[in-house]
Design a protein around this ligand. Structure first.
Ligand code: ADP
Length: 376
């Protein structure tokens, strides 16, 4: 598997480990000079350094040449030329090679992750996609959860066939569509009721194909429903995609939080900003008196948010209609956006628009996506 880890976001050890000649003081000094120049380049919409946003990866300095990968959305392609111009001004630099890594047509790619399975990650992905769609955005949902690809069922797609089409760039998977959301899922490639038993290089190849070989058309947001945890599949997806940020889904209890804590390092290592925490199954509203009961404990999401200095974006109640919406293929947020859970998902969607569409966000300040209060 190629090594795509960011050279920027950890202190000295991993950065030096990536250098082709760690003993070479000149090369190291040049690398540092390149990093410091790139650090000053600000992505105008997110108002943060392209280095802090994890957009620059795989930096190599070889003699008088600089090589790097630039992970960008549709609207950020100009940065390639700007980086080249900037680095070519370095007196020793004969040429800077900036390889663009993008998902064609996609503006903003966001990942939805959880430390463990069953906490409501896919439910959050589907409902958030519906909320963004209801607010007028063009949305795609890539279900990359190789361990439990439930998105097709949650959107009523069952075992629909995926078509492959010829394009000028080669063959591409054509996404399906449900509730106005474009959908592609690893589950659509599997035999019904059979486990996905891909491992190692095959898994890597399939995931890479999923990221690069889907004909999404123009999208404002592509949400990627990641597999839970921190294994090879997760790391491949994060390293291969131009992810602008990740939302972490947890339930309030301490064991779930401990798992999320572990997964956070994976994102920090690659340099993907954590946009916030979504606490699911936060409380159950009594059908008679409306009193909220914290079935799985309380305060976990807030505790995690404070610890990670990332906002608690929303607290989703336990609601049987969320569950039945998932089973019948019509997400609750789509059918009842003014329900208590629907409101929270819509508020999170609004916070994302605020950050990614209007450019009012500043991801060096993790609170810029806004803290969404529970609707109940
Ligand atoms: P994950 O993707 O984390 O494995 P899912 O989104 O598949 O978890 O959710 C697991 C189960 O819990 C599903 O049956 C889903 O409908 C249900 N569920 C998730 N969130 C809620 C909620 N807030 N209220 C009721 N049921 C929920």
């Amino acid at each position: 598997m190629p090594d795509h880890s960011s050279p920027f976001h950890l202190p000295a050890e991993p950065q030096q480990a990536e250098s082709p000649s760690p003993g070479d003081a000149v090369t190291e000094a040049r690398r540092r000079e390149v990093v410091s120049h790139l650090q000053q380049m600000v992505e105008p919409v997110l108002n943060s350094s392209i280095v802090d946003l994890g957009m620059v990866r795989n930096l190599r300095v070889v003699d008088n040449y600089v090589y790097l990968r630039l992970y960008v959305g549709r609207h950020q392609l100009d940065l390639q030329e700007q980086i080249r111009d900037r680095l070519n001004q370095l007196p020793w630099c004969k040429k800077a090679y900036v390889q663009i890594c993008t998902i064609p047509g996609v503006r903003t790619t966001l990942a939805i992750s959880s430390g463990k399975g069953g906490v409501g990650k896919s439910t959050t992905s589907v409902n958030l996609a519906a909320a963004l769609r209801l607010q007028g955005a063009k949305v795609g949902l890539l279900d990359a959860d190789v361990y439990g690809p439930n998105v097709p069922q949650m959107l009523g797609l069952g075992q629909a066939d995926v078509r492959v089409i010829d394009t000028p760039h080669g063959q591409r998977f054509l996404p399906l569509e449900a509730c106005g959301i474009k959908v592609m899922s690893v589950g659509l490639l599997a035999e019904p009721d059979h486990p996905l038993a891909w491992r190692g290089p095959v898994l890597h190849k399939i995931i890479t194909q999923f990221i690069h070989e889907v004909e999404w058309g123009d999208l404002d947001y592509l949400l990627i429903d990641l597999p839970p945890g921190t294994g090879d599949a997760q790391i491949t997806i994060i390293q291969e995609s131009p992810i602008c940020g990740v939302l972490l889904v947890t339930t309030p209890q301490q064991v779930a939080i401990a798992d999320v804590r572990r997964s956070i390092h994976m994102f920090r290592q690659v340099g993907v900003p954590v946009l916030g925490i979504v606490e699911n199954m936060s409380y159950l509203l009594c059908g008679h008196c409306g009193e909220p009961t914290p079935i799985f404990g309380s305060g976990g999401g807030q505790q995690l948010a404070e610890e990670l200095k990332a906002p608690l974006l929303g607290q989703i109640p336990i609601d049987p209609t969320i569950c039945s919406g998932g089973d019948t293929g019509l997400p609750l947020t789509f059918t009842a956006p003014s329900s208590a859970p629907g409101q929270v998902f819509c508020q999170i969607a609004t916070a994302l628009h605020y950050t990614f569409d209007t450019g009012n966000g500043n991801l060096t300040n993790p609170y810029s996506v806004g803290c969404v209060k529970p609707a109940a």
